[in-house]
Design a protein around this ligand. Structure first.
Ligand code: 26V
Length: 820
């Protein structure tokens, strides 16, 4: 029976009464929000049950996406949207004088991730469900999310993100499905005919799953994101009231156990931190695999058929211990022979690489590994031996090659090597990135097993990143070409015929303006800064990192400001530069970059002589919800990494989908965006990846040459340390030194002239309204190729071999009327 407005209202009133024993007029906003979540969850639960029953009945192959990060964003709006209930809910609540939008804002944005990799995982969950694919997430339910960033005196300060404080109503705790994960101890080898490995004196941690429903878009399908929480086993923490010492110990033990799922990416500069991080990774992997296999065995026969029934995908190397852990279960518990277990493991597991940054390529010291995971270490050793043996057969006598590829070498376990050796598919996340993997970073592995390597260019879900976050533009698209694009993003290309249509352009311009007003209101409210909504909104939002070159953007703004100061009559289109992003808490220069942005903002925003022609805003605590506000309001998308460093980028895709024009280097998916929209609809500049890599090969370049030959560069670089900025002369000394005295590793000065030129071209284009709007429209029209629906169909067909399912249509709310 479809959910109507009347039914919704009635059920909501009942829910409030049952949960709080009161009516809408006498409950708090939080209570109203909780009741709404609970009601939406009830609707989801029915579809969840049907989906699970369908999977059980058909025995169809399931995919499990293991990831240390899931940056979900708020779920209320998304779930209502996917259920087709947004309008019904909004109207039903309005009749009770409740504003849905206000309730949505109450939800904490779960920060269970760090950046692109985690948000990608969340987009993929959405797409798998929408595309009727039986795909689930496996992650950790961190007690605290990524830190909350506050800006104090221009500096980033980190505060605990206590996201569970008011409860999280979307997940369901499943204590009956808890499993045990073992750490430490020793392994005794018993040999009577068949060798047995007996793990003794270990410490047991209880892994308790919390299931979050993941709804498909109006298709009645609900998959599962299973998040694991570490708890002490009750029997291990029992203490007797008369022995307070025992009690104290028990409490300490409890704390130590819970630490495992306390925070994302514990600081690994200390030995203890490293241990904790490794424990965290194994905890996810072991708990996840045990629950998958338990379920599998209830449903299926022999484990030989595992790869026909289960695909396990590892999101970067953090979950790579799935490989030895699956081997452990198959050999120690299921008593399979090594060769058979290895074949099953490799056929089941596939791996995506997300970065070539050397500091992110994980390695663990052998001693530490052995101590924390003794049995797993033995298996990794055996994997290493087998792998090196096969290398030797192929490359007899080539010791250097073999040691460069070994899983264990020079006292370290190389997680990426383990991932490649133990999986049947290795993919990069954009065409250029995959080529760099094949021919540079993983060249030897590519030579050895080229058939494993493939590219899957990233994508983002157009449901969250256009339909939900940008109602005015979404409505315009639906009015123009119909609503199919929400399910099938390739339909967006139909907009091509309207890109020069003045009516369409006018609507687009109005829609963008509406979004700019919303953002300006938010900024006025939070920072008391007034923005000119006719200025160019230029956004640079992402993690703060040297390779992402927020510094290049800042140096350009300094130059623009200098030009304005030199010539107050200079005719420029007013600019609003928006920054947002967190710096890792121990990454000093990135933190100083935040201070740099805020210092320049202080100077520029308060200088009356430039007549508000430039404004700089640093948006505190950047997260998914803020991105949903900033992206639809942006005219320009800054994607300016040093070429070769940004594996793909996904922010670039979100911006283009919302009609922003990219100013970018030829890196990651920017290249594919350029190929899709055509050179005239993107502004590119700077060194190419080949050029950058060439420079590195021959020892870099000399930044003094640029300094000496370009007056503008000289001025802005000196301004970092000459007191021009209110922070003082020493605060940005590290920036200065890295640019001039340490060889400018990220080619900021080298790309400066080209970037300034690109910015000038951009401004010129913006002045021609019709031309600009055509560029915006072309970007939207071509963004279908960057939908995660496309990416996931590729993963499903080419890596996992899973097929879309057909279920009933849920609660009947399938009509695809105007969005939101
Ligand atoms: C590694 C490490 C290692 C040390 C501690 C903290 C930490 C945090 C994250 C990582 C992995 C970073 C990998 C990552 O996020 N890569 C991004 O993945 C996006 C999705 O594929 C892609 O669009 C971005 O270009 C890429 O930087």
């Amino acid at each position: 029976m479809p959910v109507t407005k009347e039914r919704f209202r009635q059920e909501y009133i009942t829910k409030l009464e049952l949960m709080y024993g009161d009516d809408a007029g006498h409950t708090s906003s939080l209570e109203k929000y909780n009741a709404l979540v609970s009601l939406v969850r009830d609707y989801l639960a029915q579809q969840w049950k049907k989906t699970r029953a369908h999977y059980r009945r058909t025995g169809t192959k399931q995919v499990y996406y293991f990831s240390i990060e899931f940056l979900l964003g708020r779920l209320l709006g998304a779930n209502l949207f996917n259920l087709g209930l947004t309008e019904i809910c909004r109207e039903a609540l309005a009749e009770l004088n409740i504003d849905l939008h206000e309730l949505e804002k109450i939800e904490e944005d779960p920060g269970l991730g760090n950046g692109g990799l985690g948000r990608l995982a969340a987009c993929y969950l959405d797409s798998m469900a929408a595309k009727n694919l039986p795909g689930h997430g496996m992650g950790i339910r961190y007690r605290y999310g990524l830190f909350e960033q506050r800006i104090i005196d221009g500096y980033q300060r980190e505060f605990t993100d206590d996201w569970l404080m008011d409860g999280f109503y979307w997940d369901i705790r499943k204590p009956a499905e808890a499993v045990e994960v073992r750490f430490g101890g020793r392994v005794r080898i018993k040999s009577n005919g068949k060798t047995q490995y007996i793990h003794e004196n270990y410490e047991t941690v209880l892994a308790v799953p919390y299931d979050v429903p993941v709804a498909g878009y109006r298709n009645g399908l609900v998959n599962t994101l299973r998040l694991w929480s570490a708890e002490a086993k009750l029997s291990d923490i029992a203490c007797h009231s008369d022995e307070s010492k025992d009690c104290q110990k028990a409490v300490e033990f409890n704390h130590a156990v819970e630490e495992i799922s306390n925070i994302l990416y514990p600081d690994d500069t200390t030995y203890e931190g490293k241990v904790l991080r490794l424990k965290q990774q194994y905890f996810l992997v072991s708990a996840g695999l045990q629950s998958i296999l338990r379920n599998y065995k209830e449903q299926n026969g022999h484990l030989k058929e595992l790869p026909q029934k289960i695909a396990i995908h590892i999101n970067d190397t953090h979950p790579v211990l799935t490989i030895p852990e699956l081997m452990r279960i198959l050999i120690d518990e299921e008593k399979l022979e090594w060769d058979e277990a290895w074949k099953i493991t490799v056929e089941t597991i596939s791996y995506t690489n997300h970065t070539i940054l050397p500091e992110a390529l994980e390695k663990w010291p052998v001693d530490l590994f052995k101590q924390v995971l003794p049995r797993i270490y033995m298996i990794v050793e055996e994997i290493n031996e087998g792998f090196c043996r096969s290398l030797w057969e192929r490359y007899p006598g080539e010791w250097d090659r073999i040691s460069a590829m070994a899983v264990i070498s020079y006292g370290q376990v190389h997680m990426a090597h383990l991932a490649i050796a133990g999986s049947h598919s290795v993919n990069g996340v954009a065409a250029l990135h995959t080529e760099i993997l094949k021919h540079k970073v993983m060249r030897l592995f590519y030579e050895f097993s080229p058939e494993k390597f493939n590219n899957k260019t990233n994508g983002v879900t157009q449901r969250r990143w256009l339909a939900q976050c940008n109602p005015p533009v979404a409505a315009l698209i639906t009015d123009t070409i119909g609503a199919e694009w929400i399910e099938s993003p390739q339909h967006l290309i139909k907009l091509k015929q309207y890109v020069e249509d003045s009516g369409f352009q006018q609507y687009l311009s109005r829609a963008k303006l509406q979004n700019k007003v919303m953002l300006a209101k938010y900024i006025k409210g939070k920072y008391d800064i007034s923005l000119d909504i006719n200025s160019i909104f230029d956004a640079h939002i992402k993690r703060i990192h040297a390779y992402k070159r927020q510094t290049l953007n800042i140096l350009h703004i300094m130059d623009l400001y200098n030009r304005l100061k030199d010539n107050p009559l200079l005719d420029i289109t007013p600019r609003t530069f928006i920054f947002g992003g967190k710096a890792a808490s121990n990454y000093h220069i990135a933190k100083a970059t935040i201070k740099l942005i805020n210092s320049l903002a202080q100077t520029v925003n308060n200088d009356k002589s430039i007549h508000d022609k430039i404004k700089i805003i640093f948006m505190e605590n950047y997260n998914v919800s803020l991105a949903e506000l900033i992206i639809p309001a942006s005219d320009v998308s800054e994607q300016i990494p040093t070429a070769s460093y940004e594996a793909s980028g996904t922010g670039n895709m979100k911006f283009m989908m919302n009609g922003a024009v990219t100013i970018g280097t030829l890196d990651g998916a920017n290249i594919e965006i350029k190929n899709a929209v055509g050179e005239e609809n993107i502004i590119v500049f700077g060194l190419t990846a080949d050029e950058v890599l060439q420079y590195y090969r021959y020892g870099g370049y000399n930044p003094w040459d640029v300094y000496n030959s370009d007056q503008r560069v000289r001025t802005v670089v000196e301004q970092l340390i000459n007191g021009f900025l209110p922070a003082g002369k020493e605060v940005f000394r590290d920036h200065y030194d890295s640019l001039l005295h340490q060889g400018d590793h990220f080619f900021v000065l080298k790309d400066f002239a080209s970037y300034v030129q690109a910015q000038n071209i951009l401004e010129e284009r913006f002045r021609n309204k019709a031309r600009w709007l055509k560029m915006c429209a072309c970007n939207i029209a071509h963004s279908g190729a960057f939908s995660s629906d496309r990416t996931f169909s590729e993963y499903a067909a080419e890596i996992w071999g899973v097929r879309p399912q057909r279920l009933g249509n849920g609660n009947g709310n399938r009509s695809t009327g105007p969005v939101n």
